[in-house]
Design a protein around this ligand. Structure first.
Ligand code: UFG
Length: 326
């Protein structure tokens, strides 16, 4: 297939682009490089630099694309609370430009990176796709609005859409086995908020200690539980979702494993993998963090036959290999 990958210079988008190329697809990446990296775009993909608003219709028009995988987004929860307009405009506004460019060009399939943040604070765990969607920040709200727009474009214009609601993505895609190589892709955020890379930065000597945000949650060890998923497993789900797009239908699937790890367990795993003592200190809770976020992974397993293959040890090991190679 000929595919447009928006945000293909970012963490998840670049990994999925590489997997799509490996599967024999033709890939064009559209990315404004505001947070992505040009050298993360895999060899074999063509990079068009620009925003969706400026470039999507020009790229798609008359070019024979079969589908779009839409990753381009702003994704910092804290920033979204400070500057909500950036998220409504940058996520929803840009996505509407993309959807309309697809409609005009006759591109009829889209796989979208949605998020667990669309659910907000869950009433029950694990979270099923029919759970109430009550996002607690503009990031989640803007992604939920895009899910809604996809449902409308499916209903009104016959587009086949799949929203994949990611839980906590981690790990890296390594080209060599166990060693970091030139084509590797992993997390390289200018502002790093995620737990695993922040813990590993202590082992690298870039930070003295990791802060664990809160130890008084109603969880077995008092720290938050999250459902971590390896970025390569996540990518595999995108390839399946691409084939599962059905005309006039918007499908939603959670992407998680069905079980969670606590912040303490993640820190401990990072100690085991790196062999570094990784000092950790307890800090106050981070506002807006739910105690437990765990996906029900049943729907995607039943419908698409997908299940994660790589556990937390593999995620941490691959992230560690990637970071050491940078
Ligand atoms: N945490 C720490 N110390 C850190 C960083 C994180 O203790 O230095 C804790 C957080 O408080 C949280 C857990 O580690 O309990 C995981 O935090 P992340 O920031 O890695 O991930 P989140 O669960 O907050 O965020 C993820 C996605 C978001 C998405 C959100 C849904 O990364 O994009 O889930 O709520 F919005």
């Amino acid at each position: 297939m000929k595919l447009l990958v928006t945000g293909g210079a970012g963490y998840v988008g670049s990994v999925v682009s590489a997997q799509l190329l490996e599967a024999g697809h033709e890939v064009v990446v559209l990315d404004d490089l505001s947070t992505g990296h040009e050298d993360a775009v895999p060899e074999g993909a063509r990079l068009v630099r620009g925003t969706l608003r400026d470039k999507a219709s020009e790229v798609l028009a008359g070019a024979g694309f079969d589908a779009v995988l839409h990753f381009a987004a702003k994704s910092l929860v804290g920033e979204s609370v400070q500057k909500p307009w950036l998220y409504w405009d940058g996520n929803l506004g840009e996505s509407l430009s993309l959807l309309d460019a697809m409609r005009t060009a006759g591109v009829r399939r889209i796989v979208f990176s949605s998020t667990a943040a669309t659910y907000g604070e869950p009433e029950t765990t694990p979270i099923v796709e029919t759970a109430p969607t009550r996002p607690t920040n503009p990031y989640g709200a803007s992604k939920l609005a895009i899910d809604t727009a996809l449902a409308e474009y499916a209903r009104l214009f016959g587009i086949g859409a799949v929203s994949l609601r990611y839980f906590n993505v981690a790990g890296a895609r390594l080209t060599g086995s166990g060693t970091s190589g030139a084509g590797d892709q992993g997390e390289r955020h200018a502002v790093e908020t995620h737990l695993i890379p922040n813990v590993l930065k202590v082992a690298l000597g870039e930070k003295d200690a990791v802060s664990m945000f809160g130890e008084d949650y109603p969880t077995p060890d008092g720290t938050c539980l999250r459902d971590y998923i390896h970025v390569v497993d996540l990518g595999v789900a995108h390839l399946l979702a691409l084939d599962a797009c059905a005309p006039s239908t918007h499908q939603i699937f959670n992407l998680g494993s069905g079980s969670g790890y606590s912040v303490r367990e993640v820190v401990e795993m990072c100690r085991e993998v790196t062999g570094h003592p990784i000092p950790a200190e307890v800090s106050p809770r981070r506002p807006g963090d739910p105690a437990v976020l765990v996906a029900s992974a049943e729907k995607i397993r039943t419908a698409l036959g997908w299940k994660p293959e790589r556990d937390l040890r593999v995620m941490v090991t691959d992230a560690w290999t990637f970071l050491q190679g940078r």
